[in-house]
Design a protein around this ligand. Sequence first.
Ligand SMILES: Nc1ncnc2c1ncn2[C@@H]1O[C@H](COP(=O)(O)OP(=O)(O)O)[C@@H](O)[C@H]1O
Ligand SMILES: [Mg+2]
Length: 347
Amino acid sequence: MEKIKVACLFGGCSSEYDVSLVSATSVINNIDRDKYDPILIGITREGNFYLYKGPIEEIEKNNWYKKEFCQKITFSVNREDHGFIVMETGEVVKIDIAFPILHGKNGEDGRLQGLFELANIPYVGCDMTSSAICMDKFLAHELVKNRGILVPQSYLFLKYDNKEEIKEKIKDLAYPIFVKPLKAGSSFGITKVTVKEMIDDAIDLAFSFDDKIIIEEGIDGFEVGCAVLGNNVLTIGEVDEIELQDGFFDYEEKYTLKTSKIVLPARIDEKERDRVRKTALEIYRILGCEGFARVDMFYTKDKKIVFNEVNTIPGCTSHSRYPSMLKEVGYEFKDVIDKWIRLGLNR
Ligand SMILES: Nc1ncnc2c1ncn2[C@@H]1O[C@H](COP(=O)(O)OP(=O)(O)O)[C@@H](O)[C@H]1O
Ligand SMILES: [Mg+2]
């Protein structure tokens, strides 16, 4: 039987470029080579696409972009091509499925997914609309809230809003408050504001990442996550918990875990974990997710479950939260990757 050609995309024109290199390396190393033929496509920070034929180790080191390993390509939107074109030679390379292992803007936010929909190329993960909704922290909250699930109280602001009016509008929010770019990830541009004096800088920082920001009340509790897998029939991993010393789960903590810890399973009893899982499944469905996603929520002292966000392409090294949560219920990372690809093909 011929192997399935999987175009694995890494890097990306996004502030989470570096995170993608790590995720992608892990996926590429764990993909079942008996079934799949991975075709590696690197996207530079500037947004240029290259077919990469160098060593896998060079990806994570960010040394992948070398002339001898790379050929510039472009995906074809012509459905009969079903793949990409090597720019220099004009050769059309057909693929069976695209696998964006990209985080944040231009990879996880629906844009690339839209390109594959237009080209009629199957792809791994949530579709264009769902990806775009999940990337929009305000829109995702509005939809989830409409179905009776709790979300933090928040306000949406636009770049041309007057700063004094912004501060006036949020004055009923109790501190700490969180100021976030509307669309970002890895905690880029987010400030936990603990005193009034911090608010101006926090607003400026968030606007440097996006033209829209949200300011929301801090939820007094800890963050819990759920790995969800599936299109119609859903599998869910064990619930994990983020233990913070202080501050919040910022970029440094996420990738070094210097003072914070991921606790698996979360330290709440089985009945409560089940409530968390059910809420995660409901959120996954409300937001139209398919393939896979990690649903993040807060669990408060008075046992409320409050929605935070859905990551449609969560960190996916073998030791990342998503694979770990599924491992806890018996799925090896290799099998998870296999399932992701099959779900994309069978959508
Ligand atoms: N409303 C909130 N209450 C308490 N902590 C929050 C709140 N919003 C965000 N945080 C903290 O900030 C981190 C990053 O925020 P999040 O909205 O998840 O952004 P990102 O998409 O960058 O992960 C969370 O993991 C959590 O530690
Ligand atoms: Mg988050």
